[in-house]
Design a protein around this ligand. Structure first.
Ligand code: UD2
Ligand code: MN
Length: 287
């Protein structure tokens, strides 16, 4: 027979599963980036409910998914402060068991966002048994908390309607901005390519990988999927990659050998803030 005494909430496993629809969502959110927000402001605002390293899990129910939220990063601390300020409360209301991984490219070599995301996948799994991976630009904040940062039957594209694109999806295969892949979906395509240096193409390459493995992109509707992007200039050392169009013709050819199975890097430092774990990564820049 069932035990009548339920162990206390902190023991986690014995809790009832969280409901399919989180009960405390607010819907449309007010988001603005004019306010200066220091990291300490954000710690004061959202810190008390977090565990060191930007970790959280609901206390009243057992989260359905364990989500690593991976943010490729370099030299965007002002954006990161806004992102943390808005995202932590949303992720909490969504009742996720999650951790935030800020993957910083060390030095000033050519940027490689996709490789940093592969590293986030790899490194987060060393810490916890995550089964879902959300990859987010540091400058994208959702305008509706019903847009769930979790995984679905098919790979998920969350940033459907970004203000910068007049809240319209620019093209049907777009898979840039904010995406969510289960561990299985990610491994089925060998992760992202490691060979897109500089701006552009890596998201379309992933989109093609998914399609080559018979998956289709899932999305929220264009109201729930609204986002605000923090205005910015193109960063230095991230000029548009002149090879990206040629490389996109070779996705099918390369995807089995260029990805999570060919990843090389070294971790220079791991630092735990209350609001996130930051890994400083040496990418072994090509010359
Ligand atoms: C678009 C895509 C983005 C990516 C990029 C092409 C959307 C909404 N966004 O964004 O996902 O595919 O095109 O590569 O479709 N970053 C840094 N420091 C740097 C450079 C980049 O932190 O010096 C990170 C940061 O998280 C940033 C992301 O990389 O948000 C994408 O770079 P971006 O914001 O310059 O690219 P953007 O806005 O054209
Ligand atoms: Mn951007």
């Amino acid at each position: 027979s069932e035990p009548t005494v339920r162990p206390n909430a902190t023991s986690g496993r014995s809790l009832d599963p969280c409901p399919d629809v989180p009960p405390n969502l607010r819907g449309v959110l007010h988001v603005e980036f004019r306010t200066n927000r220091t990291l300490q402001d954000v710690r004061n605002h959202v810190g008390p409910l977090l565990q060191l390293g930007g970790r959280y899990r609901p206390t009243s129910c057992r989260a359905k998914q364990k989500v690593a939220v991976i943010v490729p990063f370099r030299n965007r601390s002002e954006h990161l402060n806004h992102w943390l300020y808005y995202l932590h409360p949303v992720l909490m209301r969504q009742q996720l068991d999650y951790g935030v991984y800020v993957i910083n490219q060390d030095g000033d070599g050519v940027y490689n966002k996709a490789k940093l995301m592969n590293i986030g996948f790899n490194e987060s799994l060393k810490e916890y048994d995550y089964n879902c991976f959300v990859f987010s630009d540091v400058d994208l904040v959702p305008l509706d908390d019903r847009n769930l940062y979790r995984c679905f039957d098919q790979p998920r594209h969350l940033s459907v309607a970004v203000d910068k694109f007049n809240f319209i999806l620019p093209y049907a295969t777009l898979f840039g901005g904010v995406t969510a892949l289960s561990k299985q979906q990610f491994l089925k395509v060998n992760g992202f390519s490691n060979t897109f240096w500089g701006w552009g193409g890596e998201d379309d390459d992933m989109s093609q990988r998914l399609s080559h493995r018979g998956m289709v992109i899932s999305r929220p509707d264009s109201v729930t999927g609204r986002y605000k992007m923090i205005k910015h200039r193109r960063d230095s050392h991230n000029d548009p990659n002149p090879n990206r169009e040629q490389k996109l013709r070779e996705t099918r050819l390369n995807m089995d050998t260029d990805g999570i199975n060919s990843l090389n890097y070294s971790v220079r430092e791991i630092r735990k803030d209350l609001l996130y774990i930051k890994l400083n990564i040496n990418l072994y820049i090509y010359v």
